[in-house]
Design a binder for this molecule. Structure first.
Ligand code: BGC
Length: 882
């Protein structure tokens, strides 16, 4: 039976608060094979009965089921639109599938509300929470009501005593002066006839709290020194009357029981300062004062329809134990990012105080040093004798453990439950195989993503840093795109990448950029705050990766000027096509660095120019996708020149690379920069360098992501598996063997003798080296995108056996539906199971196949040295002799 299982709007199932018409797509399911959509019909209406349609496509005779762009419809602000789709394929017709989306405020002129603050100038130096509130009257039966809310700082919004929505840490972190997201909620059910009240609690957050590299005390108030709240509500009554309620200077403000909250240091909550009924109608006690309006450029506001931070996983405490030094510690069994919810009995004045941290030291004691200045603490003071449930609202912690500093009575595991906080994204990928250590690595990679996708892609979630380091975001992007639906998350953040570009197109090291102008005495950042190879290339590589993953041209259009700006920056700052510029991180934290240095041994000229070539090559492909004829010509020429120069400079006359490092060979091979005649020599060179380290990698951020690719693409799948499965230091599985539950920043975060890497930079939740995940999906599981038909419209299935794995299976939820592979290696014989989503096609390649004994109706032919077949959608099983 032909069925539409999901309708997607800008690649998401839910969009509440859109400021543009989303692209539509849908997933089809059918028990048949080779299902091709022949036609579709799409309606958009103002009512669920589809009587009042604003758009009817009619029957469109097309096979497209993604990236459907609807033109010529004029949306209204704060309105719910109903969407339905039906499709035809062969003799079948699906039934209608339905969804809806809600618009935000579409024109800047429609904003009537004011940003209001309950803080004054003196509050610049503190990070206390404040309340703002207002009573209002609902005079009639409400048909529907929507509200758009945001803040300078962090906020939780309440109507009649109840928090609206499930979002956390709103409005997230953007380059606030140039871009601020607002959230939209449907609040029809939250209102009642008669007296109502609304209010918000505000806190410092990223906006005015202490943030920066190494958390220098002076690096607070980056964007402003007073928190402020903005809300605009539209209430439509049954009788057709419409009312607008908004924040203005008639609201009042008071201090909140959150007496302190910051991103790094945690939250202090004093229940004695609670004001019962503060967000309910009436006259709550307290010294409510007048609020004042804060000027803000309303043109920077954008609607955030999806991709908001929420509580995602529930992780109950595993055990409570006493350390050799006598501390009482809670162990959650998993390193993570989020907060702890405590449930406890206490009496007036009792205190709960917990300090979160990631690892125990070699003796099993609390280890706080790697948090640097971050306190990661939560403190709650009881107002009276009662049972309470408390979780901090305006901070997040990176932790597996928490030290109990104070607790009323004897703490039990039941008192503590951790919740992860990260951007709400659908899990799209899963990976499992015969080797349990590799499964644990896959788990650690996923949890590295969860831990560092708290609204912006961060390097780490625990120490006083937690910044949007562009390099980390770049190298992990492809892996992240397998694991979760990253579309809204990256689309939002790429807007800030562009917003924070220099006028010459330079790309900031961290986005949102709070380093420029704040490097202080930092020896590293004083050298430059933007435009490092592999970091800044995020401007090109991430949109390209999104295009590959989702087939989305829109993101290429949106980011086109940003990408072009970055390529031009490199061009303008290169000397005869060799690019290098101020502060470079090179092959950051590679093990071939000199003792005590962060910088790997591969010369910057080489890594910079390699990335200059790679990004320019991608930019040419992007110009081709968008049909930019003139730019294709100009940048193809530039690309050829860079490659030529690279080859002349970094290979000697005998075809040997001038830099004898693993990373130099890896990038040259993976980026396609090796002259054909030197290919074999370069591959051999890499194998020799690997041999020299007894099969270990000594690569950093630049070389590591592509090491296995450089091997497997050049006929060395076995060596790629050997590298992946090494489990002594340094290797991916070394961390697993040491008990890691997330990916570490350093290969030697904890050394074999139990000592630690220097505490000045030793995160145990750094997703960067998790970039190996993409090799596990693309090569080991063999789920590969076809660049010519991206978004899995056509998939190349080509799993490579190896690593003594008896079996391996992976799944990816594409925009069309699920792509699955599952292989069993039985020695002489192998079995491969494959699922291809409806309305897509695939090429199936069988690794090492000599003879196909079960072809499941497909025709395999020998082609380019392997057995290949073309197919449409469906589930298949192949058996072959090796
Ligand atoms: C971060 C890295 C980042 C690097 C840049 C570090 O402090 O944690 O992941 O990319 O700085 O050098």
């Amino acid at each position: 039976m032909l069925k539409i299982t999901e309708i997607l709007m800008d690649y998401e199932k839910e969009q509440t608060g859109m400021d543009h018409i989303p692209q539509f797509g849908w997933k089809l399911e059918s028990d048949g094979r080779n299902i091709v959509q022949e036609a579709y019909e799409l309606d958009i209406a103002l009512d669920q009965e589809f009587c009042d349609c604003v758009y009817r496509s009619g029957k469109v005779m097309e096979d497209s089921s993604a990236q459907i762009i609807v033109k010529d419809i004029r949306l209204r602000s704060m309105t719910k639109y109903f969407v339905r789709v039906k499709v035809w394929a062969g003799k079948e017709e699906s039934s209608w599938a339905e969804t809806c989306f809600i618009t935000g405020i579409l024109n800047v002129q429609e904003w009537k509300a004011l940003f209001i603050t309950a803080e004054n100038k003196e509050d610049a130096a503190n990070s206390k929470g404040t309340y703002v509130r207002k009573d209002f009257f609902i005079n009639g039966k409400v048909k529907e009501a929507f509200v758009c809310t945001t803040a300078l700082g962090l906020y939780n919004f309440y109507i009649n005593g109840k928090k609206v929505g499930h979002d956390e840490l709103t409005p997230g972190w953007t380059s606030y002066r140039k871009h601020l997201c607002y959230q939209t909620y449907e609040v029809t059910e939250d209102l009642k006839q008669g007296e109502n009240a609304m209010g918000a609690i505000l806190a410092a957050g990223w906006y005015k709290g202490k943030m920066g590299f190494d958390g220098l005390e002076k690096t607070r108030n980056h964007y402003g020194d007073r928190t402020a709240f903005l809300a605009q509500m539209t209430v439509r009554y049954e009788d057709g009357w419409e009312e607008c309620l908004l924040t203005d200077t008639s609201w009042t403000g008071e201090d909140a029981p959150v007496v302190f909250a910051e991103i790094y240091d945690g939250e202090i909550y004093d229940a004695r300062k609670e004001i019962p009924g503060w967000a309910e109608p009436g006259n709550p006690r307290g010294n409510w004062r007048a609020v004042s309006a804060v000027d803000y450029d309303m043109t920077v506001l954008t609607a955030q329809g999806s991709g908001k931070v929420r509580e995602m996983d529930k992780v109950p405490a595993k055990r409570i134990f006493t350390t050799p030094e006598g501390d009482t510690v809670i162990d959650f069994g998993q390193n993570m990012t989020g907060h702890i919810r405590v449930n406890a009995w206490g009496k007036a004045g009792d205190v709960i105080e917990l300090h979160c941290f990631e690892v125990l030291d070699s003796k099993g004691n609390v280890y706080l040093d790697n948090l640097r200045g971050a306190k990661e603490a939560m403190k709650y003071t009881f107002a009276r004798e009662e049972e309470i449930t408390y979780a901090p609202s305006f901070t997040f912690m990176g932790f597996q453990y928490a030290k109990i500093v104070s607790f009323p009575g004897k703490p039990e595991v039941e008192n503590f439950t951790a919740y992860t906080l990260h951007t709400d994204m659908e899990k799209t990928g899963s990976f499992e195989c015969y080797n349990q250590d590799l499964n644990q690595l896959a788990h650690n990679i996923l949890w590295g993503l969860k831990g560092n996708f708290v609204d912006v892609p961060t390097d780490c979630p625990q120490r006083n840093e937690r910044l949007g380091w562009t390099g980390d975001a770049q190298i992990f992007c492809r892996t992240a795109c397998f694991l979760m639906n990253t579309y809204s998350f990256y689309r939002k953040w790429l807007r800030d990448v562009e917003a924070d570009q220099t006028s010459e197109g330079g790309v900031a090291h961290v986005v949102p950029d709070i380093i420029t102008g704040n490097a202080g005495a930092d020896w590293l950042l004083q050298q430059g705050s933007h435009s490092a190879a592999a970091w800044a290339d995020v401007a090109v590589i991430n949109p390209w990766t999104m295009y590959l993953t989702f087939g989305d041209k829109e993101i290429l259009k949106l980011q086109y000027q940003s990408m072009k700006g970055w390529i031009d920056f490199m061009k303008n700052h290169s000397v005869d096509y060799i690019w290098n510029y101020k502060l470079q991180f090179g092959d950051w934290v590679a093990l071939d660095a000199e003792e005590g240095s962060y910088f790997g041994a591969t010369p910057n000229d080489l890594t910079c120019t390699a990335y200059f070539a790679y990004s320019t090559g991608l930019f040419v492909k992007i110009a081709e996708v968008l049909g930019k004829t003139e730019e294709i010509k100009v940048y193809s020429k530039l690309y050829r020149k860079i490659v030529e120069k690279f080859q002349k400079t970094f290979f000697d006359r005998n075809g040997v690379m001038t830099a004898q490092t693993q990373t130099a060979h890896i990038v040259a091979l993976y980026f396609g920069l090796v002259p054909e005649e030197y290919k074999e020599k370069t591959v051999k060179g890499l194998l020799k360098l690997l041999d020299k380290e007894e099969g270990h990698l000594v690569t950093g951020f630049v070389g590591t992501p592509y090491f296995c690719h450089a091997l497997s693409q050049n006929g060395h799948v076995k060596e790629a598996y050997d590298l992946l499965l090494k489990d002594d230091f340094p290797s991916w599985l070394y961390q697993v063997k040491m008990g890691a539950t997330t990916v570490w920043e350093h290969w030697d975060g904890i050394k074999p003798d139990g000592t630690m890497w220097s505490p000045d930079m030793n995160s145990f939740n750094h997703y960067a080296y998790g970039a190996i995940g993409e090799w596990m999906f693309r090569i080991a599981a063999g789920i590969e995108i076809d660049e010519k038909k991206p978004g899995y419209k056509h998939t190349v299935i080509y799993p490579r056996f190896g690593g003594n794995l008896d079996w391996l299976k992976a799944e990816y939820q594409s925009v069309y539906g699920t792509v699955k592979t599952f292989w069993e290696d039985q020695g002489e014989k192998a079995v491969l199971y494959v699922s291809i989503p409806a309305n897509t096609t695939a090429t199936i390649c069988l690794d090492k196949a000599k003879k196909v004994t079960e072809a499941d109706g497909l025709e395999f032919i020998q082609c380019e040295g392997r057995m290949k077949a073309e197919t449409g959608s469906g589930d298949y099983k192949f058996v072959f002799e090796k």
